[in-house]
Design a binder for this molecule. Structure first.
Ligand SMILES: CCCCCCCCCC/C=C\C/C=C/C(=O)SCCNC(=O)CCNC(=O)[C@H](O)C(C)(C)COP(=O)(O)OP(=O)(O)OC[C@H]1O[C@@H](n2cnc3c(N)ncnc32)[C@H](O)[C@@H]1OP(=O)(O)O
Ligand code: FAD
Length: 710
């Protein structure tokens, strides 16, 4: 109804003939149009344009909210925190993409301070405070303070050090960041150059940046906000380099925030996208022989004595990487949040948007009814649920491994590393690509900032790089796979997520029994195909590496690394499918909830099978005919998901504030909102643009003059 051309044309004509005016002095016709929009918005506020969609759902949405959130309690707390944020004007974020970098950064400081004030005033629990920060939804120094600085001290500090530093951090008497990456090295942690040289004369470490490439580069919160950092540097004592260790270093004065002597620091500059991750002050830091007391070395894993003797506790040195493992597991849970937001926007908008389908002026077709739209969108919906459940499982694994480590049982460290690294890599890559796909699924309007998708993409995409570049992390998984394959011959039984490799005799020669499309609904058929594919790909890689007999094993690994990446992805996809199947096997209350999750689980698995059909065929796990049957079943599953699609995204329980998208509004009243939003752009503050008199008018006049001379 708002697409009618005549008003727009009138509006344009008069724009061109009007003098420059401020928005507050809009010509009457614009005000009329605009206020019609507002009235319309008001009148329609109670109309649910998606009501018909919601009515077709065949399951209890409230119970699905519980399945998604994990418990009734989790739904309740999340709901309360989301509403608290949405109703507070300080947390407004709809104007974010229009702010300059300086304004945006100040806005982030204001929001962080206000969030803290509310947390203290309302005496929020840790769980509530985490959720509140999540719903504020603006990257900032607090993410690194709580997400890495505090965990690094907890994981690598002694009891005494924790006792000293944590209370200061908990009360924001100090603000900390995680300063590991350098200009010259990020992925290769052992290649870091910053030095921490022990001086026994003064009982201090001297922290120094010997080269330009040793400048710390990237740490979030470092550029402008942090007073302290956990700095990773090469420990040198008694003339010997003992490799990378963590140190707590004060960077700025607690009185006036100026850098301490010997410390040079600042922000590294603007990043991809408007708004987006530019709210974060990623920083650069150089040390010129900065002295810190010896007891600021994080000494839980290894110590330097008063005399300068290096002592390593009897624990694996990889525990130094513990903070990264912690954050990687939390990034998997975050992937399901980002993906579900994008999918929620695209599903709701696809139900509202209509194109083609009517030859006689009747209703057009909802784009969600196009099979191509469904085949692009529903696998992403299924992936959001899959990542949610595998994220929960990974969180359980992390907690379990942490308890074992406390008891000095290090047997599951490798499993934790492989799962966190691999799942972080696969879920972030898929999510980043999926957000972009959701933007395309929303057509032209998806490209507008007001759709929320460009900003979501720009904020999310660095997750493929930070906390470990995804390729580097998948190669870690591949290395562990190769180690496991090589141990099979010696009869060592693999455990945890590698346990399936113990069935090597069977999995190397089994043939899928699927003979109809419905057979693919059997979880055992899916599980077997995924296990056989993953194992055969890993074994093929191992054989190819060992057949290159002339080469060292490391050289063979290097040559085969593209294939190894694919083998690692296959292994990780197997874990995701397995955990989804296990979830669906559990008792799940609520009318129709289990059935929906079962359908989504099948969509996820068969979509992966279809997408990677080459792997399944090349390894002989299934025949081309079975591949075609899987695709046939996938089409039937999409039809099953279709009437439930809007309700399945409602179950994420996101407020309009958190979604931040005019296309993803709960009420589906998209067009007036899009129209209204356009007027808020600073470019519309004047009807005649700035620059008209300098550039446009002279140009037009010049051309007119030329024409008149002809
Ligand atoms: C509610 C709270 C939520 C909090 C969320 C907060 C989220 C905030 C998000 C904010 C956004 C951004 C922040 C970003 C921060 C950063 O990016 S910090 C910097 C991250 N940097 C990296 O990830 C570097 C990646 N590189 C590495 O990890 C290592 O260099 C690498 C593993 C690639 C190689 O390690 P090396 O020791 O050099 O060598 P290698 O020979 O490969 O390994 C030896 C041995 O060690 C095993 N290993 C490796 N890593 C681990 C590990 N992490 N845990 C356990 N074991 C590990 C490896 O398997 C080898 O074992 P082997 O038996 O000897 O073969
Ligand atoms: C937004 C953002 C926030 C960050 N926050 C922090 C922070 O708070 N603290 C901190 O310390 N760091 C932080 N980082 C740094 C981040 O951890 C590193 O950028 C990341 O680990 C990747 O390392 P790199 O930049 O050295 O990439 P490189 O390793 O230089 O990667 C470049 C390319 O080389 C490839 N490559 C590298 N090694 C190999 C290999 N062995 N085999 C095959 N290919 C390889 C990669 O796949 C990639 O394609 C942040 C980064 C970003 C983008």
């Amino acid at each position: 109804m708002w697409r009618g051309g005549s008003n727009t044309r009138t509006c344009k004509r008069r724009f061109f003939s009007s003098p420059t005016r401020s928005r507050h002095h809009r010509p009457p016709y614009i005000c009329r149009l605009h206020s019609r929009g507002s009235q319309h918005l008001k009148a329609m506020a109670e109309v649910d344009h998606l009501a018909a969609e919601r009515a077709t759902a065949r399951f209890d949405v409230e119970e699905m909210k519980v399945a998604w959130a994990g418990s009734r309690h989790a739904v309740h707390v999340a709901d309360r925190m989301a509403r608290l944020v949405a109703s507070d004007p300080v947390f407004r974020k709809d104007n974010r993409t229009m702010l300059s970098r300086k304004e945006l950064f100040k806005d982030t400081l204001r929001k962080a301070a206000h969030a803290w004030k509310r947390i203290v005033e309302l005496r929020l629990t840790e769980e509530e405070a985490d959720l509140l920060r999540q719903y504020v939804d603006q990257p900032g120094y607090v993410d690194l303070h709580w997400g890495m600085f505090v965990p690094a001290i907890k994981g690598q500090g002694t009891e005494e050090q924790q006792h000293k530093w944590l209370p200061l951090a908990y009360k924001f008497q100090i603000i900390g960041c995680y300063a590991q990456t350098e200009l010259g090295h990020g992925s290769n942690v052992q290649g870091l150059e910053t030095t921490a040289t022990f001086d026994p004369k003064t009982d201090e470490f001297v922290i120094h940046s010997p080269t330009l490439t040793s400048s710390k580069w990237w740490p979030g919160g470092l550029g402008k906000a942090s007073t302290h950092a956990v700095v990773y540097a090469r420990l040198i004592t008694e003339g010997k380099d003992y490799g990378i260790h963590g140190f707590i270093v004060q960077l700025r004065s607690l009185e006036d925030h100026s850098p301490l002597p010997g410390v040079t620091l600042g922000d590294i500059g603007g990043k991809f996208g408007s708004g987006a991750y530019n709210s974060m002050d990623n920083g650069v830091l150089r040390f010129d022989h900065v002295r810190i007391p010896r007891d600021q070395m994080l000494m839980r894993l290894s110590q330097v004595t008063r005399e300068g003797k290096y002592v390593h506790s009897n624990v694996p040195k990889q525990l130094l990487y513990g903070t990264m493992v912690y954050v990687r597991q939390s990034i998997v849970a975050d992937a399901s949040k980002a993906l579900s937001r994008a999918v929620c926007i695209a599903v709701r908008y696809s139900a509202v948007r209509k194109q083609f389908g009517s030859q006689d002026g009747g209703p057009e077709t909802q784009v969600l009814n196009y099979k191509t739209q469904q085949s692009r969108l529903f696998p992403l919906l299924a992936s959001a649920y899959a990542f949610r459940f595998v994220g929960d499982w990974l969180n359980w694994l992390y907690t379990d491994v942490t308890q074992k480590l406390e008891a000095k049982d290090f047997s599951t460290l490798q499993e934790a590393h492989a799962c966190t690294a691999g799942l972080k890599a696969v879920t972030t890559s898929v999510t980043a690509d999926a957000i972009e796909e959701c933007r395309k699924l929303c057509g032209g309007h998806g490209y507008l900032n007001s759709s929320g998708l460009p900003e979501l993409f720009a904020v999310y995409v660095p997750a493929c790089t930070y906390e470990g570049d995804n390729v580097v992390l998948l190669l870690q998984v591949a290395r562990i796979l190769m180690k496991t394959v090589s141990q099979l011959a010696s009869g060592k039984q693999p455990v945890g997520t590698m346990a399936y490799m113990g069935k090597v005799q069977y999995l190397m020669q089994c043939k899928s029994a699927v003979s109809s499309a419905e057979d693919w609904l059997n979880p055992d058929a899916i599980q077997e195909a995924f296990e056989a594919r993953a194992l055969r790909m890993a074994v093929n890689c191992a054989q190819n590496i060992s057949q290159a007999a002339s080469q060292e094993e490391a050289a063979g690994f290097y040559e085969r690394s593209p294939d190894l990446l694919e083998a690692a992805v296959a292994h990780i996809q197997l874990i995701i499918v397995t955990k989804f199947i296990e979830k669906v096997h559990q008792e799940i209350p609520g009318h129709g909830v289990k059935e929906q999750l079962q359908a989504l689980c099948n969509v996820y698995a068969l979509y992966i099978l279809h997408k990677h059909l080459g792997d399944f065929l090349a390894t002989g796990c299934i025949t081309p005919r079975q591949g075609a049957l899987a695709n046939e079943q996938l089409g039937k599953l999409y039809a099953q998901v279709r009437p439930n699609a809007v309700a399945l995204v409602d179950a994420f329980n996101y407020t309009d504030h958190y979604l931040g998208s005019v296309l993803g509004r709960y009420d589906g009243d998209v067009y007036p909102a899009l129209y209204e939003e356009a007027w808020k752009d600073p470019l519309n503050e004047t009807v005649v643009p700035e620059g008209y008199h300098e550039y446009l008018r002279p140009l037009i006049k010049q051309q007119q003059l030329k024409l008149s001379r002809l």
